[in-house]
Design a protein around this ligand. Structure first.
Ligand code: NAP
Length: 285
């Protein structure tokens, strides 16, 4: 089979990581990014065969992957499309799918939304890593009118980077990631804020001691809430409805726990904890 010629727009952590693996699998990769210094660095690191700021470079690509920050994906798609050849497949890697797919799908007949579910806490070209996606989920969100040949091209990409393909409708993707990724960022941030409560001198003393005592349990539960604020904000802005639904459902669960504790209904609390203990392995090992 002829190697797939790939264009990557946005040579940051995700775009760069894709570039490394696609080149390692024999695909010629052309990169386009905003800063010429990023393009030069991507060539130096071996992420791409060639790179520059000009979208004209994408004209020979069989597959163009948009890897810019989520708020810019639709605007960039509009700029990229006039430079694509008519057979090119266009995809994006945005962490939220419904608004992106609604914006780009009508613009290009061979567009398929996607979300490779792996990442780093760092951003930019230096954060790109080899084999980042191996064994990780790669969700694609075709619509009923998506060209099956375009889906086949995405399937080839996913196979090349050794990820695991999942297909679903864009809103289902957004609701699922709200439950396991976007919502937990807010919940974990609330946990950090609660642990740091210092409304009066006594509370301040408690917070000071808690900081000394915090260990692995707090490290696990607070990790995502103590991350990059821009990412949490982006999740809330672009996945607003699913985020709100998730946080309201979480509040209802907490209210149930509070009611059981207030009324000393230890059986109810115990049943709830037995259920959550049994359910967790369905999500993570
Ligand atoms: P990132 O490291 O900040 O990379 C984005 C890159 O896009 C930047 O390095 C920037 O390169 C480039 N860029 C910005 N504006 C541009 C423009 N107008 N034209 C061309 N290039 C532009 O971000 P990231 O973490 O890779 O995230 C990129 C996308 O992946 C987002 O849509 C995000 O939702 C998605 N995603 C992220 C993760 C994750 O964990 N990080 C996981 C899955 C999906 P310059 O240096 O040239 O400015």
């Amino acid at each position: 089979m002829k190697p797939m010629r790939v264009g990557i727009v946005g040579l940051g952590s995700i775009g760069g990581s894709l570039g490394y693996d696609l080149r390692d699998r024999g695909c010629p990769v052309v990169g386009v990014s905003r800063k010429s210094s990023t393009c030069e660095r991507a060539v130096e690191l071996g992420i791409v065969n060639e790179a520059g700021c000009e979208l004209e470079r994408l004209g020979t690509a069989d597959l163009v992957i948009l890897c810019t920050p989520i708020g810019k994906l639709e605007a960039i798609a509009r700029q990229v499309i006039p430079h694509l050849n008519s057979e090119a497949v266009l995809t994006d890697v945005g962490s939220v799918k419904a608004p992106i797919v609604a914006g780009i799908d009508p613009l290009w007949p061979r567009f398929v939304g996607g979300h490779p579910m792996a990442g780093t806490h760092e951003s930019g070209v230096e954060a790109a890593q080899r084999s980042l996606f191996v064994g990780r989920p790669y969700v694609i969100t075709p619509t009923p009118k998506t060209d099956p040949e375009a889906i086949a091209v995405l399937d080839r990409l996913i196979t090349l980077i050794q990820a695991q393909r999942y297909d679903c409708a864009p809103p289902i993707h957004d609701q699922a990631v709200a439950r396991i990724s976007h919502g937990p960022v807010m919940i974990s941030a609330a946990l950090v804020a609660m642990a740091n409560a210092q409304g009066n001198a006594d509370e301040a003393a408690v917070a000071a001691l808690a900081k000394q005592l915090a260990s692995s349990g707090f490290r696990d539960t607070s990790r995502v809430g103590g991350g990059n604020p821009e990412l949490g904000l982006m999740m809330a802005q672009y996945n607003r409805d699913a985020m709100l639904h998730c946080l309201q459902a979480y509040r209802a669960e907490l209210d149930g726990a509070i009611a059981a504790i207030e009324s000393e209904n230890w059986d109810a609390l115990n049943q709830w904890l037995i259920q959550t203990q049994g359910t967790r392995p369905d999500f993570v090992d």
